[in-house]
Design a protein around this ligand. Structure first.
Ligand code: ATP
Ligand code: MG
Length: 421
């Protein structure tokens, strides 16, 4: 026997027993975003590496160490997308969707990051994201957040997730804050770990995001971005909080929430849960008013979020909030004898035409009735139909109730849909 080839570490198969959960989640997501007037956009899985370097930022976890980057056969430098926002902006610019327009868009699909695989953290994972372009006011930030809150409500997750908010201000405000932060970090240089030391000058806000517990007290006492916010950003943030309060959305302001991507300004937010250990962020987003221009378009305000589907599914599983698995089939069609076997495919087609909402499985592969009934039982169907010579001659089937103690019935095919409805 030859050696089996395994999947790549951190890249998962989604097996038939799990796909119904994913479909359940995806259906709720699609339905909810549609109810806010968002349209789907699809873009390629591979983009020019430059796109992510220029948008996410050179000194970020993603660009420094997580991207799947390779030269293709022409020597072009390509990257498997690590996130969707940059791709969405690239596509929007390229097709003229953004300039002077409002767009509410959503996307979903696989993303790729070369991280250490663990529960809730994979190398191929799936995001569902949305982006609203062309609106600068805080009402759209609020709408995006309220929409996400509705998702949790639809999924039954409201009690298990908490909203954290912060404002990163304008880039000028951040620059002033950055100087103050670097000065503070320099005073505490001796205690900084390697990562933080490296970031102190290249991307000091990211030091605030450090998960190193030894730095927690020092970072808690660091200067706060809130004290450096420009007037416009402060007013925007106050308005957002007012709108969320009016909408009955609970939140806490986390002054150390800075996000791992460079393109954000003003609003940033995360929905976090304590049910998934260290991988507690299920959904994250914010405003990125500079990105469209930075990627070659005309200045366009924008706000959005992305949520991790694996983490949502894990959360639903760990809380036992999964919907009941539907059976493979509702009706299982069996045959007795050569003539019935020959007719069965077309009888099954007729049944599917008259009962479009039923899952109708035809027994294939022959065998006696006992074997067929066993298969019917395994399919989960509640109704077995037996097509034999007599039935064929009279245009009927024998109905065998698979889950109920009821006598068999012979029913005309023409009446079957009405009888089984
Ligand atoms: P984290 O802090 O957990 O690394 P992040 O800030 O890198 O998250 P984003 O880039 O904001 O994450 O992505 C949005 C969401 O995508 C995350 O909140 C998370 O739910 C999900 N996500 C990110 N990276 C992974 C991964 N490697 N595996 C599974 N889900 C992920
Ligand atoms: Mg990350």
């Amino acid at each position: 026997m030859s050696k089996q080839i395994q999947a790549i570490r951190g890249m998962n198969d989604c097996l038939p027993q799990d796909t119904p959960v994913w479909q359940h989640v995806e259906q709720i997501l699609r339905h909810t975003v549609a109810s806010y007037g968002y349209s789907e956009i699809r873009f390629p899985i591979v983009e020019m590496t430059e796109l992510f370097k220029r948008s996410i930022g050179e000194v970020t976890d993603i660009v420094e160490k997580e991207m799947y980057t390779f030269a293709d056969r022409n020597g072009d430098n390509l990257t498997l997308r690590p996130e969707g926002t940059a791709c969405c902006v690239r596509a929007g610019n390229e097709h003229g969707l953004l300039y002077n327009q409002e767009q509410r868009l959503w996307y979903t699909g696989p993303m790729f990051r070369h991280e250490r695989p663990q529960k809730g953290r994979y190398r191929q994972f799936h995001q569902f994201g949305l982006e609203a372009f062309g609106i600068a006011t805080a009402d759209i930030d609020a709408e995006v957040i309220i929409l996400s809150a509705r998702l949790w409500q639809q999924l039954g997750l409201t009690p298990y997730v908490k909203l954290e908010l912060n404002s990163l201000g304008s880039s000028d405000a951040r620059a002033a804050y950055r100087d103050a932060l670097v000065a503070y970090l320099e005073q505490h240089k001796a205690m900084l770990d390697e990562d933080s030391l490296r970031r102190m000058y290249t991307n000091p806000l990211r030091v605030l995001d450090s998960k190193n517990p030894a730095l927690a007290d020092m970072l808690a006492a660091a200067p706060q971005l809130a004290d450096y916010l420009d007037e416009d950003s402060a007013a925007h943030f106050a308005r957002l909080q007012q709108l969320l309060t009016l909408a009955g959305i609970e939140f806490s302001v986390n002054p150390r929430l800075v996000r791992g991507l460079d393109y954000y300004n003003k609003t940033v937010f995360e929905w976090v849960t304590s049910e998934l250990g260290a991988q507690g962020t299920v959904c994250a987003g914010g405003r990125y008013d500079g990105l469209v221009e930075q990627l070659g378009g005309k200045a366009t305000p924008a706000v959005g979020f992305a949520l991790g589907l694996e983490r949502l599914v894990l959360l639903l599983q760990s809380l036992n909030l999964l919907p009941a698995l539907p059976p493979q089939a509702d009706i299982y069609l069996m045959t007795l004898g050569e003539a019935a076997e020959l007719a069965a495919l077309s009888v099954a087609e007729r049944l599917r035409t008259v009962m479009p909402d039923k899952r109708i499985m035809l027994h294939c592969g022959g065998g006696n009735l006992k074997k067929q009934v066993k298969r019917a039982d395994k399919s989960g169907a509640t109704i077995g139909l037996i097509l034999g010579e007599d039935e064929l001659a009279s245009g009927s089937v024998t109905v065998k109730w698979l889950r109920e103690d009821k006598p068999q019935q012979i029913i005309l095919l023409t009446e079957l849909a009405a009888q089984l409805a």
